[in-house]
Design a protein. Structure first.
Length: 529
């Protein structure tokens, strides 16, 4: 049994909040001081144990139910698309059986608890480190708060069962993941060498192929030799391919061989990424009324009570690092009817200034305005004197039918100046790929979207909107209450029936997340921490 190491008082309280300790006690035992020292470098655990009087919660008979609850929870890791090795399941079980009540056992369970509660409530990756276009903030509960609830509950397993996302779309993704995973052959099963194996081939690779298929339930008794790729083996390969969701051509090519050797395949990758992305959304109430814009799907929807009540096509930012539509969540505060278009400076200096330098009357539908917002006659400006760095003016388009923003825009203020808006260019909505904007999101049915957003606050939302529109003036209509907007990016996502629909990774973001998840899984398998 490992003993509780001794520690000096000064060392024990490094990074541990003394204010959080119980007030009446003035002295602590060696065991308590050792625990304080051990968790000092982990702020979340220091927070909990500081508020808990430095008392262990996973030891002895009282800790048995908590240990069992944690072991049971992390056993579900793979079903959530999380790397099972990350939670040291075998070590938890060995420690639980060992019967020892020491610091090592307490710390093992506490650290895995912190890791599990962190991951299942907000994902294992930091979204902002994945891609510059991902601006999402993850709203997860503090580990110390979760641990306090766990320690105080008469049913600790119920506390852990309440941590994963309960959205039906998350559950649909979990079911889809279970259907994508290839059965795992025994550890001593031979690996099939890389290659392109088809009927008529022979050799040791074919023997390995035949044996591995048999271990996975697709046996093919040889017509002559175990080393020969014959017709029964072709049928066995096709059976496996169908079960794995691959093209059933009977040829053991790179994808089939990879799946046979244990790779879940790109279909599963998309679902793993979607599960991680959904965990990033856990802190938002997706049962409340909200706008959901899935960028790769080119679609915007309104959900209320978990049900879709409105849908429209969208056009999003071009697949260019400077123009891609970012991902984030904000509250839609108001809409602007008959909006002016204040041309972004990037568009002004990159696209319009060169034209104005050649011809001051170019882009005549736009006004040139000074810093005070006053329109400046073009004959007073020598555009040839200016560059992108020193151009002192802005450009603005008055409200009109051909305004670049159309007749209404929907505002959810954010640092990236992204919003939804109408457009006079309607033809793009008929195209399959709709990534053409400078970053903002064009809406195919803007008036219908306006009516639906105004419905909770107006008996006749159409009339309210129509009055503002007919005025011809720029008019602000505040939304009461404000409506959450989620700009998301799912390349694999369930429809209303639960079937997974797939969309192109137009910005390449999911490929980066999939690579990061694979690295996290490999790192977990290679280390005890």
């Amino acid at each position: 049994m490992l003993g509780w190491p001794q520690a000096g008082a000064a060392q024990a309280f490094d990074n541990l909040s003394i204010a959080a300790l119980p007030a009446p006690r003035l002295a602590f035992s060696e065991r308590e001081m050792a625990l304080a020292r051990a968790v000092a470098g982990a702020p979340d655990l220091a927070d909990f144990y500081g508020s808990n009087g430095l008392q262990p919660i996973f030891l002895g008979g009282e800790g048995a139910a908590r240990r069992a609850a944690l072991i049971g929870a992390v056993r579900q890791a793979a079903s959530h698309g999380l790397p099972a090795a990350r939670y040291r399941q075998a070590e938890l079980r060995r420690s639980d059986r060992a019967g020892s009540d020491d610091l090592a056992r307490e710390l093992l369970f506490a650290r895995i608890f912190a890791r599990w509660s962190h991951d299942i409530t907000g994902g294992i990756l930091n979204p902002r480190k994945m891609d510059g276009g991902i601006k999402r903030e993850v709203l997860r509960p503090a580990t110390g708060d979760v641990m306090r609830q766990f320690a105080q509950s008469a049913d600790p397993a119920a506390v852990l069962a309440g941590l994963p996302m309960t959205d039906p779309r998350y559950e649909a993704l979990r079911r889809a993941l279970a259907g994508q995973v290839t059965p795992i052959a025994p550890m001593d099963a031979p690996m099939v060498p890389p290659g392109l194996w088809r009927e008529g081939d022979s050799g040791e690779a074919i023997a390995a192929l035949r044996q591995r298929l048999a271990l996975l339930g697709h046996s093919a008794p040889p017509m002559a030799s175990e080393r020969s790729f014959d017709a029964p083996l072709t049928r066995a390969v096709m059976d496996f391919q169908r079960s794995a969701g691959l093209t059933a051509d009977g040829v053991a090519g790179p994808r089939t061989v990879a799946r046979l050797n244990g790779d879940a395949g790109p279909e599963a990758d998309g679902i793993l990424v979607a599960l991680e992305r959904m965990r990033w959304m856990r802190g938002h109430d997706l049962n409340a009324r909200h706008v959901w814009v899935n960028l790769p799907e080119y679609q915007a929807r309104i959900f209320e009570g978990g049900a879709e009540i409105f849908s429209t096509r969208t056009v999003i930012g071009k697949a260019d690092p400077d123009l891609e539509t970012p991902e984030f969540s904000e509250n839609m505060a108001y809409m602007v009817v008959n909006p002016s278009w204040n041309v972004p400076r990037s568009i002004t200096v990159k696209e319009y200034l060169p034209r104005l330098r050649a011809n001051r009357n170019a882009v005549g539908h736009l006004d040139v305005v000074d810093r005070a917002g006053r329109v400046v006659p073009r004959n007073r400006i020598d555009f040839r004197k200016y560059t992108a760095a020193n151009f002192p003016y802005r450009m603005r388009q008055k409200p009109s039918d051909d305004n670049a923003l159309g007749l209404v825009k929907f505002m959810f203020p954010n640092p990236w100046n992204i919003y939804l808006h109408d457009t006079p260019t309607k033809g793009l909505f008929n195209q399959t790929v709709r990534a053409y904007s400078h970053g903002c999101i064009r809406i195919g049915r803007p008036f219908d979207l306006a009516y639906e957003l105004l419905r909770p606050q107006a008996d006749n939302p159409q009339a309210l909107f129509s009055r503002a529109l007919k005025s011809g003036r720029e008019t602000y209509l505040n939304l009461r209450p404000q409506v959450p907007v989620h700009l998301v990016y799912f390349t694999a996502f369930p429809d209303e029936t639960g079937a997974i629909r797939r969309f192109r990774d137009i910005y390449g973001r999911d490929a980066k997340i999939a690579a990061a998840l694979r690295k996290a899984a490999l790192d977990s398998a290679a280390t005890d921490e």
